[in-house]
Design a protein around this ligand. Sequence first.
Ligand SMILES: NC(=O)c1ccc[n+]([C@@H]2O[C@H](COP(=O)([O-])OP(=O)(O)OC[C@H]3O[C@@H](n4cnc5c(N)ncnc54)[C@H](O)[C@@H]3O)[C@@H](O)[C@H]2O)c1
Length: 355
Amino acid sequence: MSGADGVEFFAGEQLVLCNDERLQLRAVIAIDDTTLGPGLGGVRCVSYPSERAAITEARRLAAAMTLKNASAQLPYGGAKSVIIAPPSWADRAAAMRRFGEFVMRAGGAYLPGVDMGTTTGDLAVIGEAGAEVSCSDEDPSPWTALGVAAAVRAAVAHVDGREDLDGVRVLIQGAGHVGAALAADLAADGARIAVADVDGERAAAVAAAVGGSTVAPADVIGVQCDVFAPCAVARVVDAKTLPALRCRMIVPASNDTLSATGDAERLAARGITYVPDFIANAGGVIHIHALRAGHDHERLRADIARIGGRVRELLDEADRTHETPLTVAALRVKRMLAGQRQGTDARYDREVLHT
Ligand SMILES: NC(=O)c1ccc[n+]([C@@H]2O[C@H](COP(=O)([O-])OP(=O)(O)OC[C@H]3O[C@@H](n4cnc5c(N)ncnc54)[C@H](O)[C@@H]3O)[C@@H](O)[C@H]2O)c1
């Protein structure tokens, strides 16, 4: 349900506004869905133009986490929180600790992790009040990159009917933690890599390491390539960039690739195969689950490799049903959650009402 001001206050399960003026703490915890388990999602700490913008972002990102965690078949629901960063903190640690108290009140329904603007150190402080947090120092980026690489291979196999990447032109926007690892992985299989980064030195170093080339950040959208892999910023695809894209497939590491859901249809109409970001970049959450569940790297690697199979199934079903991969993926999650709820209701009937 959307209010007169457009904020979807009642779209998810629970929305918590946290306020402590003394500590400059204003935060939003959005728990979108806990059908499959506690809501797993990061704590974002950035400045926002308004309180409404913060609430809207928390809600939207929490809903995306439901799709990501369910699609990856993890035992978690979707949630996200945002802390509205003040121009400067008087005592950041105290604010984080206080935020942890609010997380505690969610009674385990929210499992926070690192996101934009927070560190594993912040998460450790947030956990001081007793809430379970994921704050491992192990960098998830190589695992995310591994999953994106599996998604690239699957997309190429689907679109071009080939199992190799020899000569496939991959354009990577963002030569950071994920982009650099992705470039190395795909180049090792024969892909021709082009890299763009606002940090020119970083782009040049990654391109040199993989025998690839660099592209000016402002030119990324118009570059002719087979696969475009956004690994930098959100909402790369919008009404302005969409007609200018010269790729055949988009396989993102970045979250929130599309500015509007209609973009998925518009990409399909242009013959561009879009792998939903929440499918391709799930390596990070699969990594968090592996840490919590005590899985070793071999098991984790196998779980992440399944992203490839998932992408193939999704693209096949999209072809069969003439829906976009985004619609197919969202419908699958909807059905999965409905099935789980039905099972829970049936168990409740059996075990509670009839005993
Ligand atoms: N790290 C993970 O495990 C993970 C998991 C899921 C999603 N993601 C998403 O993937 C993306 C990359 O993550 P990361 O950990 O590699 O981040 P990072 O900060 O290490 O790298 C991002 C890179 O993008 C560059 N950049 C920023 N704006 C740019 C622009 N407009 N054009 C070109 N380059 C630009 C930065 O200079 C930096 O080198 C982010 O959007 C992140 O939210 C990351």
